[in-house]
Design a binder for this molecule. Sequence first.
Ligand code: HEC
Length: 106
Amino acid sequence: MVNIVFKFFIAISCLLIFRGLLAEPLLDGADFDYGEYLSGQCLTCHQNSSDEGIPAINGAEALYIAKKLILYKNKELENEVMQLVAGALDKEQIASLAIYFNSLEK
Ligand code: HEC
């Protein structure tokens, strides 16, 4: 009996660990077309190549972009403009922008 309970416990633990590994909550609800639509406001500054202190974000990892935007939104990264821009974005918009910029050529 104890053995069965133990096996059950292990099975559930494995399931939860796998679910955690597979799911990427930061990119939940990402919508490519929405990202493309929203990207217009970013392109005035973010060009193909880094320029005057503005890093290029084309082709960057989607997770990298999303994490940075969340850090700016939470004011954990210093940059007034980006804090303002990211502050106005919700989670879904951040995810959409992240997968869109990731798809662009570097
Ligand atoms: C007015 C100019 C401007 C606009 C508009 C703007 N950004 Fe930025 N962004 C910057 C600057 C400048 C930095 C670099 C800040 C620093 O390093 O302190 C930056 C940094 C970033 C970074 C971090 C890149 C890295 O490698 O560190 C990301 C991601 C980013 N912006 C995404 C966006 C997105 C997405 C939008 C549109 C929703 C956007 N930005 C709109 C100027 C802008």
